[in-house]
Design a protein around this ligand. Structure first.
Ligand SMILES: Cc1ncc(COP(=O)(O)O)c(C=O)c1O
Length: 419
């Protein structure tokens, strides 16, 4: 790997960066950085990132963003071209990159989805969906326990986790949470709100610790939404664009939501961007009044170039198929290592495609594994809503030798935590 950095010498020294974090950013964030060894990342290319101290780390974390690795040439060249032409639009005139990005996203979205509203973060896409629902009278929101949809106030209202919600109440009124996978509980709530429900659900709960629902659950959710006149919003911010070995988890489940939420990988790992994709019918309030929900940077040409580059890269590099194949191999090998080295300390290795969760049966083990993996040269993630689950979201561009680096690092980390 040969990433370049233009930072002035000294500006990236780990101690100096930590001091600035402590002084200007957040003491807590600085402490967290120190817990992970105190190094700082300064450059990235493909599956690798480089630290100021000269280490190369295999990035299998990044909260699911790096499906195509870092700085994919297709995305970088599209973004650079856009910087040199028209990075931020006037917003008074129409602008082609927004139109082209919307067309590209609809081109790969599940059948029946027809309109796109672009935003900057996943939570903003969730906000747009909540407002779209309210604008058509679907005012009772239903989300799933332990689900994750972001932390802005609206998104937080449907992120059913006490520790995140408690300091910020009151949140939105008219919200119910039901257990993920329990169609009967959903039926009861929707029955009590005929014609006015809006269900927001992840197809696989990522931050809850990679929880897969029972077979047929999403089809049942779709059926119940139709039966009770509820809007069906599927949050594929973490699972979409090939991450789970299908373009969308919706495809694998055989469902078509009214609204699909996209984020993370849509950025190509280069410019943050998210999207709310809806059927023409569901989108009607936003079609009618283009000022009902706006944001200065929504659909900015730079992000639109990144989104088009990302979608093109996923197609051209066959990343959906690769995620399925690599995911099956990596999950199986991780499970073997976990069983051999960690035995009963690991409850399950599970996932779909390259969204992988390792559920630990011992308190603190997931955190210890995360730290040991980092020492062994691999970045992973914890799960925001489950301290027991270590999460791996490797890029779909890993070659055989990089897969071996990951497996070897996991083997070493597992041995370190039991020694
Ligand atoms: C399923 C899901 N929805 C929404 C979000 C929120 O996205 P963001 O952190 O970009 O606001 C996340 C982030 O992890 C997510 O996994």
């Amino acid at each position: 790997m040969s990433p370049t950095t233009t930072a002035a010498p000294g500006a990236t020294a780990p101690g100096a960066v930590a001091d600035k974090y402590r002084t200007f950013v957040s003491k807590g964030r600085a402490a967290l950085g120190e817990m992970f060894g105190g190094d700082v990342e300064v450059a990235a290319e493909g599956a690798w990132l480089r630290t100021a101290s000269g280490r190369s780390l295999l990035n299998c974390g990044g909260y699911g963003v790096f499906l195509m690795g870092a700085r994919h040439p297709r995305v970088v060249s599209a973004v650079i071209r856009q910087i040199n032409t028209n990075p931020i639009a006037s917003r008074l005139l129409l602008e082609p990159e927004l139109a082209n990005a919307a067309e590209a996203l609809i081109g790969v979205a599940p059948q029946g989805l027809a309109r796109v509203y672009f935003a900057g973060s996943g939570a903003e896409a969730v906000e747009a969906a909540i407002k779209l629902a309210r604008a058509q009278g679907k005012r009772h929101l239903v989300s799933m326990e332990s689900g994750y949809h972001g932390k802005t106030l609206g998104a937080l209202s449907v992120t059913a986790r006490e520790v995140f919600q408690a300091p910020f109440r009151p949140l939105l009124p008219d919200v119910s949470h039901v257990p993920f996978g329990d169609a009967e509980a959903l039926d009861r709530v929707l029955r009590a709100h005929p014609g006015s429900g809006c269900v927001i659900v992840e197809p696989i709960q990522g931050e809850a610790g990679v929880i897969l629902p029972p077979e047929g659950y999403l089809r049942e959710v779709e059926r119940l939404c139709r039966e009770h006149g509820a809007l069906f919003v599927l949050d594929e911010i973490q699972t979409g664009l090939g991450r789970v070995g299908h373009w969308w988890a919706a495809d694998a489940a055989g469902v078509t939501p009214d609204v699909l939420l996209v984020g993370k990988g849509l950025s190509g790992g280069v410019v943050p961007v998210s999207a709310m994709v809806a059927t023409a019918e569901a989108f009607r309030p936003f079609d009618k009044d283009p000022f009902i929900h706006t944001s200065t940077f929504s659909g900015n040409p730079l992000a639109m170039a990144a989104a088009q580059g990302a979608i093109a890269a996923i197609k051209e590099d066959d990343l959906v198929r690769k995620a399925a194949g690599l995911g099956a191999v990596i999950r199986a090998r991780l499970a073997e290592i976990a069983e051999t080295v960690l035995g009963h300390r690991v409850r399950q290795v599970r996932g779909a495609g390259l969204l992988i969760g390792i559920e630990c049966a011992v308190d603190g083990l997931a955190g210890d594994l995360l730290i040991e993996l980092l020492s062994a040269g691999v970045i992973a993630n914890h799960s925001l809503n489950s301290p027991a689950v270590l999460r791996l979201t490797p890029p779909a561009i890993l070659d055989d030798s990089e897969v071996l680096v990951l497996l070897d690092a996991f083997d070493r980390a597992a041995r370190a935590v039991v020694s």
